[in-house]
Design a protein around this ligand. Sequence first.
Ligand code: NAG
Ligand code: NAG
Ligand code: NAG
Length: 319
Amino acid sequence: MDPLSTVKRSAPCGFSFQDLKRGPVLAVTSVSVFFFLIVLRLINEVNFLRLLTCFGQTGSGCAPVSEFQLQAPTHHGGYINIKTREPLHIYCDLCAIVSSSGQMTGQKMGHEIDQSSCIWRMNNSPTKGYSEDVGEKTTVRVVSHTSVPLLLKNPDYFFKETNNTIYVIWGPFRNMREDGKGIVYNMLKRTVEKYSNAKIYITTEKRMDYCDFIFKEETGRDRVQSGSYLSTGWFTLILAIEACNKIHVYGMINDTYCRMEGSRKVPYHYYEPGRFECEEYLLHENAPYGGHRFITEKRVFAKWSKQHNITFTHPNWTV
Ligand SMILES: *[C@@H]1O[C@H](CO)[C@@H](O)[C@H](O)[C@H]1NC(C)=O
Ligand SMILES: *[C@@H]1O[C@H](CO)[C@@H](O)[C@H](O)[C@H]1NC(C)=O
Ligand SMILES: *[C@@H]1O[C@H](CO)[C@@H](O)[C@H](O)[C@H]1NC(C)=O
């Protein structure tokens, strides 16, 4: 059970103003209960931030952990190694998160990115041929269930040549179930049978629910009822906030970028010409069904960047 969800869900909200009519004693009790609940809520908020801040333990390329982190859980139980069934162990001082956006083209940030303690990428975004802009190392690759077939087009590269990379795959239960009916799980299972050194983790169903829960907490909207899917960026940020002391995000645009005069028209992905970033963002944001709420998510990221050590550059966010 994720500690955060227990804390948040246990916050009671049964107070009703009808109680005030039942006489002064009840009214006073109700009012104090009301304030007690507010205080409880505030405490929960603090716990929420603390819990989101840093869990983890040392791994390759990782810095010493502070006192608080040493007391915190040493693993990320929401991510399970598909072969060993072990939870994910990772802790990094400075994480570079490299967006797949066309904003990366021509930025020449590869050298700086490669100096970070851990380098995070998403889906099948390549480094070969783009390393001057995006770097060449990859510590963690967060991958959507829909992108797994793209990795499997080049399995020797992803699971043999770069066998130090940790793969974190997210997906809905129907595709990730382990009873033989999960189509993506089955592909991954076959992959670790063939590439025994591959470090592939799947996101547990509980963790998927937790990521939905955070969306609801932050936006007031239910992800499923609003007909949307969370993006790989969302899953990446939530894990990185727990796994990293500091985060530097490269190439992600903010929530106002596409409405701004003089925004650059760049491809949606730096490695795929054709689709354009803002066109995709607006299409998804307004899709009644089946879209990613990229712009809404960026508004939440801006809030998180004030609570955690997260900076966004190329383009710069002024949060
Ligand atoms: C792991 O990656 C290294 C570096 O690319 C490679 O030399 C080695 O053969 C790989 N090991 C396996 C078992 O695939
Ligand atoms: C955040 O990280 C930057 C870059 O390493 C550092 O200069 C700054 O002091 C950090 N801020 C906090 C609040 O930890
Ligand atoms: C959003 O990004 C643009 C482009 O970098 C920047 O000019 C603007 O100040 C940013 N807005 C916020 C709220 O970060």
